[in-house]
Design a protein around this ligand. Structure first.
Ligand code: ADP
Length: 396
C-alpha cells in the first residue's frame, strides 16, 4: 500500500515538474521573441534616424564634414562632395587622402589646440579661382573628452568676385572722375595766374573747362543710371513702342551730329511695335546710333533695321561702315569702362558706360544684346525686345 502511495506521489511530482518546465520554456521563448522584437525595432529606429540625418545634412547648402576621434572621415554631406567634385565614398579616409589639400591639415592642427577656428579661408588650386571659408570645431562628450571634429564649408567665390568687381569699379570711377577734374583745376589755376588777362586765351581755356565739366556731368548721369539699373531700382513703364517712330525720333535728335561728320542716317526698320519703356528704349537706340556716328567713318552710313524673329521676339540692328571692332573685343565692349581705343573714346566725349547701360536696359526688357563685326567693314549691334501683344480689349 505504502509502495503504491509512494509511486503515485512520485508520478504527481514528475507530472508537476514537466508541466512547470514546459511553462518555463514557453515563457523563456516568449521573452526571447520579445527581446528580438525590441532589438529589431531599435535597429530600425537607428536606421531611420541615420536616414533622416543624411537627408538633413544633404539638404544643407554648406559643405559638412565630420571626422572621428582618429581624424578619419565619418560623414561628408552632398554639398561638401559637390564643392570638391568628389564622387567616391569618403568614409574612413583622412582629409589629406580624400582632398590632397594641405591647408586643411594645417586647419585641423589648429583645431587641436584652439578647439575652434572660425572664418578660415582657403583658395582652391586649379583653373578658375575658387574660394572657401571653413569654420571648424572640436566635438567633445559630456566628460569633456574629444569625440571628433566638425567642419562647415561655405563657397566664397561669388562674394570674392563681387568684392573684386566693386573694387575695380571704384578704382575706374575715381580714375574717370579725376581726369576731367584735374584738367579743370589746371586751367582754372592758369587763368588765376594771369591767363585771364588775355581774352583770347581765357576764352579757349574756359571752353575747355566747360567741355570737361560737361564730361563730368555726363559721367555722373551715366553712373547714376548704371547704379539704378544694377540695383534693380529702375521700374519699366511698359507700353506699345513703335520702333520705326522711335528710330525717326533718335535720328532727329542726332541729326546735327551726323551732319557734322557727313554721316548718312538710313531708317530701314519696318512697322513693328515692341512692348517696352519708350524713354529707356530711346536711350538704347540713341546710344547705339551715337556710337555708330562717333566710331563710324566720316561721310559714312548708319542704318537702323529690324525684323521679327522665329521665336516671336523683335530684333533691332544698328549698322555702320566704319573700322569695326576686333573679334576679341566684341563681347567685352558691353563691360563697364571697356573701350577698344581709350584715347579715341575720350576724345569723342565717351564715358565707357554707354553699352553697359544698353545691355542692362535690354535685359530688363527680357531681351539680349550682341555685336558683330568684320574689322575694316563696320560693326552691327543687335538687340531683341518682346513684341507688343494687343489684347481683344485693346482693340475695341
Ligand atoms: P564710350 O563712351 O567709350 O563710347 P561705350 O560703352 O558706348 O563707351 O562703347 C564701348 C567701346 O566700344 C567704345 O569705346 C568703342 O571702342 C567701342 N565701340 C562701340 N560702338 C562702336 C562702333 N559702332 N564701332 C566701333 N567701335 C565701337
Amino acid at each position: 500500500m505504502w509502495f503504491f502511495l509512494f509511486i503515485f506521489a512520485l508520478a504527481v511530482l514528475l507530472g508537476l515538474h514537466f508541466r512547470w518546465r514546459a511553462k518555463y520554456r514557453a515563457q523563456q521563448e516568449l521573452r526571447a521573441a520579445e527581446i528580438e522584437d525590441l532589438r529589431q525595432r531599435q535597429q530600425q529606429t537607428s536606421v531611420d534616424a541615420q536616414a533622416q540625418q543624411k537627408i538633413l545634412f544633404d539638404s544643407m547648402l554648406e559643405g559638412l564634414l565630420l571626422l572621428d576621434r582618429g581624424k578619419k572621415i565619418y560623414l561628408a554631406n552632398r554639398a561638401f562632395k559637390n564643392l570638391f567634385g568628389l564622387k567616391t565614398e569618403l568614409r574612413g579616409k583622412t582629409v589629406v587622402e580624400a582632398l590632397r589639400l594641405h591647408e586643411l591639415d594645417e586647419l585641423l592642427q589648429r583645431v587641436e589646440s584652439a578647439k575652434q577656428v572660425l572664418d578660415y579661408e582657403i583658395k582652391l588650386p586649379g583653373l578658375g579661382e575658387r574660394w572657401l571659408q571653413v569654420n571648424a570645431a572640436a566635438i567633445t562628450n559630456s566628460a569633456g573628452e574629444r569625440e571628433g571634429t566638425i567642419l562647415v564649408f561655405h563657397d566664397l567665390t561669388r562674394l570674392k568676385q563681387l568684392e573684386r568687381q566693386r573694387e575695380e569699379f571704384v578704382a575706374n570711377v575715381s580714375h574717370e572722375l579725376r581726369t576731367p577734374l584735374s584738367l579743370i583745376k589746371g586751367y582754372v589755376e592758369t587763368l588765376l595766374d594771369g591767363a585771364r588777362n588775355n581774352p583770347e586765351v581765357a576764352e579757349r581755356f574756359l571752353k575747355t573747362i566747360e567741355r570737361n565739366a560737361n564730361r563730368l556731368d555726363l559721367l555722373i548721369q551715366d553712373l547714376l543710371t548704371i547704379s539704378a539699373l544694377e540695383s534693380g531700382r529702375m521700374n519699366l513703364d511698359l507700353q506699345p513702342v513703335n520702333l520705326r517712330s522711335l528710330a525717326e525720333k533718335v535720328f532727329n535728335d542726332l541729326h546735327s551730329k551726323a551732319e557734322g561728320k557727313g554721316t548718312k542716317l538710313v531708317c530701314e526698320i519696318p512697322d513693328l511695335t515692341a512692348n517696352g519703356d519708350a524713354h529707356r528704349l530711346d536711350q538704347v537706340l540713341a546710344n547705339l546710333v551715337d556710337n555708330a556716328i562717333k566710331y563710324g567713318r566720316a561721310n559714312g552710313l548708319v542704318a537702323v533695321g529690324g525684323k521679327k524673329l522665329a521665336d516671336g521676339k523683335l530684333e533691332v540692328s544698328v549698322r555702320d561702315d566704319g573700322p569695326g571692332i576686333p573679334a576679341e573685343a566684341l563681347d567685352r565692349v558691353f563691360e563697364r569702362f571697356y573701350r577698344v581705343d581709350k584715347a579715341r573714346s575720350r576724345d569723342q566725349g565717351g564715358t565707357g558706360l554707354g553699352l553697359s547701360i544698353v545691355k542692362h536696359i535690354v535685359q530688363a526688357h527680357g531681351g539680349e544684346v550682341r555685336a558683330e563685326s568684320e574689322p575694316g567693314h563696320g560693326a552691327t549691334f543687335f538687340f531683341t525686345l518682346p513684341e507688343f501683344q494687343a489684347t481683344l480689349r485693346d482693340l475695341v
